[in-house]
Design a protein around this ligand. Structure first.
Ligand SMILES: NC(=O)C1=CN([C@@H]2O[C@H](COP(=O)(O)OP(=O)(O)OC[C@H]3O[C@@H](n4cnc5c(N)ncnc54)[C@H](O)[C@@H]3O)[C@@H](O)[C@H]2O)C=CC1
Ligand SMILES: O=C(O)/C=C/C=C(\O)C(=O)O
Length: 505
């Protein structure tokens, strides 16, 4: 991997070693020997080949994880387990530069942003080590002098984690950290479009010395490797982040084996700016919220609602920002917007923009420099004069595209913000404290930021309502409500009455 360094500004021709599956502590080929090609979104040339795991590989990985759960990992002292979890964080920190480069190479995300995502990944492990050690405890109830009833929180066993390509390393670790810290063992099926840092996570965890079988990675496609993981009877739970339709399929497919599922799904989040808002800050937050991560963000503010009295001024400033956003090579530290993940996605996003024009929007875009045209670049795009009922305001486009909708009254904007199938995030800008709270509470969203962009606090629940998900990640929600379950132990401390069925009087 020596070719991949931060000095590389030109991603052309960068090749990385081929990638294998990580099963039972070993890097192995797929049983079938199959591989698939991994493509660089900046050049549309191959980066490397990836072993393509299928059902037989999932079976092996689950068997290894099951054996580790009943062996070394399951029997380990808490303090020792936490030493391993913290060591994973340390290794990530040591390798942050290389991981950030791999992520940018694989996804087209700008290197300045992938660095922060990798730092957050290390924090995910440290956070859960601390959280589990300090707060994973049960309750005890005493019933007179007869009983003490207490609960302990037990890990589930083998858990399957299925993740998307948009912020892969950070989102994978956001699941792996609580899963391992609470004592489960893991089979990770990362997105087929972004395998590089999932492989790197296997290398990191291997380097941290975690016992074999505790963590496994099976690369491959959703319909084969993913579906096999979902169907496997020895997998106790599936935590999924991805598209709403895929989430629904996974819930159906997990029903036969009665699995617990957690669903972090799509979004079409509103950002509402009232006329009394701090306009400068609202503009910064709006631009960041839609154009960071190349617009491929579940929490992106893809619908901007502007009060009619500030709309023209706000839009003028937005146009200027859009024309200044630096589009280019993801490896260039000054790049703000890189290429989309793959050609098909580029096609999909471009079709939505064409549709918006047909539906009557005025389309305003930045300019993609000639020298990067080989990449899947969609420029930052504003869809002006949009109305909330348009298809481009209802569907998750998942690109750097924001619809701008005018409103007049509070009631009207709440109704429009909620007239969508999703309910992941929301953003409200106003300096009227009462209105701020009123609107924040009225918008259908699992997470609502008032006078702020998407700033994270790992202790709070992360997730959405409506078609944006079921369940929450983060804080004690992941710990108590998903990756463990309570076990009750009833202890008699006195001689309470026991009915004497069948006993001769
Ligand atoms: N709510 C949240 O926290 C977040 C949600 N997302 C959502 O993720 C989506 C983008 O990610 P994509 O990778 O395109 O999602 P996707 O749903 O296409 O794929 C996600 C994962 O599911 C796997 N998969 C596909 N079909 C499967 C099946 N039948 N059985 C099992 N696994 C299957 C894929 O191989 C991949 O690993 C967007 O909708 C975005 O909003 C992204 C980040 C955060
Ligand atoms: O912070 C998280 O745990 C997840 C973040 C994901 C996004 O912000 C996104 O995809 O928008």
């Amino acid at each position: 991997m020596s070719e991949v360094t931060q000095k590389n500004k030109q991603t052309d021709h960068i090749r990385v070693e081929d990638i294998k599956l990580y099963v039972n502590g070993e890097f192995v080929n797929a049983e079938s020997g199959a591989v698939f090609e991994n493509i660089n979104p900046f050049t549309n040339t191959p980066i490397n080949n990836i072993a393509e795991g299928r059902q037989e590989d999932i079976k092996k990985a689950v068997a290894a994880a099951k054996s580790a759960f009943h062996g070394s990992w399951g029997n380990m002292k808490l303090s020792e387990r936490m030493t391993y979890i913290n060591r994973i964080a340390d290794v990530i920190d040591e390798e942050i530069a290389e991981i950030a480069v791999l992520e940018a190479l694989d996804t087209g995300l700008p290197i300045s942003q992938t660095k922060n995502m990798v730092a957050r990944a290390a924090e995910n492990f440290r956070f859960y080590a601390k959280m589990v050690e300090s707060t994973l405890h049960g309750e005890a109830y005493q019933v007179d002098q007869e009983f003490i009833n207490y609960t302990v929180y037990k890990p589930l066993g083998v858990v399957g984690l299925i993740t998307p390509w948009n912020a892969p390393f950070m989102l994978e670790t956001w699941k792996v950290a609580p899963a391992l810290a609470t004592g489960n063992t893991v089979v990770l099926k990362p997105a087929e479009l972004s395998p590089l840092t999932a492989n790197k996570l296997a290398e990191v965890i291997d380097k941290a010395g975690i016992p074999k079988g505790v963590f496994n990675v099976v690369h491959g496609f959703g319909e084969t490797a993913g579906a096999a993981l979902v169907a496997h009877p020895d997998v106790e739970a599936i935590s999924f982040t991805g598209e709403t339709v895929t989430g629904s399929t996974i819930i159906k497919n997990s029903a036969d084996s009665l699995k617990k599922t957690s669903m972090e799904l799509g979004g079409k989040s509103p950002l509402i700016v009232f006329e009394d808002a701090d306009i400068e800050r609202a503009i910064d937050a709006t631009v960041w919220g839609i154009f960071s991560f190349n617009g491929e963000r579940c929490t992106a503010n893809s619908r901007l609602f502007l009060h009619k009295n500030i709309k023209d001024e706000f839009v003028e400033q937005l146009k200027e920002r859009v024309s200044n956003i630096k589009i280019g090579d993801p490896m260039d530290p000054s790049t703000q917007l890189g290429p989309l993940i793959e050609k098909n996605h580029y096609q999909k996003v471009s079709e939505y923009i064409a549709l918006a024009a047909k539906e009557g929007c005025q389309v305003v875009q930045g300019v993609v420099p000639e020298e990067v045209k080989a990449g899947n670049f969609v420029p930052p795009t504003l869809l002006l004069n949009a109305t909330n009922d348009m298809k481009v305001c209802q569907d998750e486009i998942f690109g750097p595209v924001m619809a701008v909708i005018e409103f007049e009254t509070e009631e009207e904007v709440i109704a429009a913000a909620n007239a969508v199938e999703y309910g992941l995030a929301g953003y409200v800008w106003t300096n009227d404290i009462k209105r701020g709270h009123r609107v924040a509470q009225a918008v259908d969203a699992g997470m609502l930021w008032l006078n702020s962009h998407n700033v994270r606090d790992l202790r709070i629940p992360f997730g959405g309502t409506k078609a944006s998900g079921i369940g929450r990640e983060g804080g004690h929600y992941a710990m108590f409500e998903f990756y463990t379950e309570p076990k009750v132990i009833h202890v008699a401390i006195g001689d309470h009455h026991i009915p004497q069925f069948g006993k001769k009087k």
